[in-house]
Design a binder for this molecule. Sequence first.
Ligand code: NAP
Length: 294
Amino acid sequence: MTNKQTILIAGATGNIGRAATVALAKRGAQVVMLGRSADKLKAKVGQVGAELSEAQIEVQDKDIDILVIDFSNMNSVSLAAEEAMKRFTKINGLILSVGALIQNGPNILPSGHEVMFATNVMGPFLFTELLLKRLEESDGLVVHVIAPFDKEIDWNDLESIRNHKPMLAFNRTKVFNRMISGESARRYIGKFSSIAFDPAYVIDKTDPELKERWPSGFAGFFWRIMTILFAKSPAIAGEPIANLMLSHRDRSEINGALFKLDKRVEKPDKAMNDEVLGKRLWEKLVLLTGLTTE
Ligand SMILES: NC(=O)c1ccc[n+]([C@@H]2O[C@H](COP(=O)([O-])OP(=O)(O)OC[C@H]3O[C@@H](n4cnc5c(N)ncnc54)[C@H](OP(=O)(O)O)[C@@H]3O)[C@@H](O)[C@H]2O)c1
């Protein structure tokens, strides 16, 4: 039996998830990298392992584990949650750092859902709900990696399908992440804790795949310039995530809080604090993800 904390990291192959994985593994946590491709995950495990051995940190077998999950597909999410419940006797932390920004939409999945809404909102919501028992048993902490954009929600077009504009649709999914983070903190108070984490602007400029990930046209040009001028290394986000996960003996003290890197933001966040809209979104997601059909 080990007392290492077991932390699941969704979006572990991306900038922030990978940085959080490294920072947590360096501090001795058992990390589970979540992603949709087993091959990509295995390659990233190799990279993380190499980084740790460079820093002369020894890791045991299974200290860096993987779990395959496609957050856009609710069947995959349910199967992965079932597997996690079987494999992990405790889940002390869950980092939700999944992000799909897809151009030229709306891209409607066979399930009928828009891909960004399904991946960024429905999948992480369903996964967390299916892990409730384990999170409660382990005094768990869920870290919602958010962005601070404010966009008005169209409750008649929650998935932003009509008059679809990719950036608007994406930014709305980020507003939903903040609403869910706040609602989860209220709903599960005393059971497990939820916080929102704003990572500032970070990009791994050494990523060989970076070129292929830029949007085309002017947007791509704009983001390239922004990255050169302003983006910092993902480690500046990974380190505070690891601190938040591992340094708080009483996690209830930070339940419902918003952090920008290592600073707690005292100004209340509108999307996180709106109890009426948080509840409304929650109830919609319960139906959309099939948690209940009533
Ligand atoms: N980077 C920033 O400056 C910044 C700032 C504010 C907020 N954020 C938010 O932080 C989160 C992570 O950002 P990031 O920069 O780390 O993004 P990223 O590098 O693009 O990583 C996104 C992650 O999501 C995963 N993903 C995408 N679709 C998936 C699916 N269907 N199933 C499972 N995993 C899927 C990707 O996996 P694959 O490797 O398989 O594609 C990748 O691991 C996003 O939600 C973003 O909005 C980022």
